[in-house]
Ligand binder design. Structure first.
Ligand SMILES: N[C@@H](CCC(=O)N[C@@H](CS)C(=O)NCC(=O)O)C(=O)O
Length: 219
């Protein structure tokens, strides 16, 4: 398997899942700004016409896009890791419910507008107005719970990734003690630590690359 990823983007969730599953996957860094693979300079639109990560190339060469589908695909290849309940069960529906909530209500509904340099102050303020209700919902769910479900699943990998973004966007979890404790627990997990320790330097390098032309122009 091969994961097309961008540093500390939502594709981090799939990297975490791949580590949890113990898969020896390949990783292809994508320059999302220029829609090219970083190493080869290949056109990323040829891989995903939406120009978005994650994309997973399966061992048989299929390309899978969309976080929810990619994460469930990885989980289904690794039944030993228990990253998703069995297909066709009510528990699997609950997992899909969480993946949809994280993907639509948090990732796209809140953080896309906060990160996108093209979204204006009004769009950012609208996105921020949605934060409290969503974090309150999660905080209540996590009372006396270690994970979103009975054990670590790909939904936790995705939520952990999104909660990492609260740090970059100045969203404090102080009013949400259960969620704060959950984020700390997840950050202590070996797969999460490994994923972040690999992607953080890549993220810093990306920031420097993006700043370089502006600095050159200013200088
Ligand atoms: N609907 C997609 C959204 C993925 C997405 O938003 N990826 C971001 C990184 S977190 C991206 O590639 N952004 C670049 C772009 O939209 O041009 C999914 O759920 O996988």
């Amino acid at each position: 398997m091969q994961l097309y990823f961008a540093p500390l983007a939502c594709s981090l969730a799939t990297r975490i899942a791949l580590y949890e599953a113990g898969f020896d996957a390949g990783f292809v860094e994508v320059d999302l700004k220029h829609k090219r693979t970083l190493a080869g300079g290949d056109d990323f639109f040829a891989v995903n016409p939406m120009g978005q990560v994650p994309v997973l190339r399966t061992d048989s060469g299929e390309l899978v896009t969309e976080n929810s589908a990619v994460l469930q695909y990885v989980a289904d290849q690794a039944p030993h890791a228990g990253l998703a309940p069995a297909a066709g069960t009510m528990d699997r529906v609950r997992l899909q419910q969480w993946l949809s909530f994280i993907g639509t209500e948090l990732h796209k509904g809140v953080f896309t507008a906060l990160f996108d340099p093209r979204s204006d102050a009004a769009a950012k303020s609208y996105a921020r107005s949605k934060v409290d209700a969503r974090l309150t919902y999660l905080d209540k769910h996590l009372v006396d719970r270690e994970f979103l479900m009975d054990r670590f699943t790909v939904a936790d990998a995705y939520l952990t990734t999104v909660l990492l973004w609260t740090l970059a966007t100045g969203i404090t979890l102080d009013a949400f003690p259960n969620l704060l404790a959950y984020r700390r627990r997840m950050m202590d997990r070996a797969s999460v630590q490994k994923a972040i320790s690999i992607e953080r330097p890549l993220y810093q390098a990306e920031q420097q690359r993006d700043a370089a032309p502006a600095a050159a122009a200013a200088g």
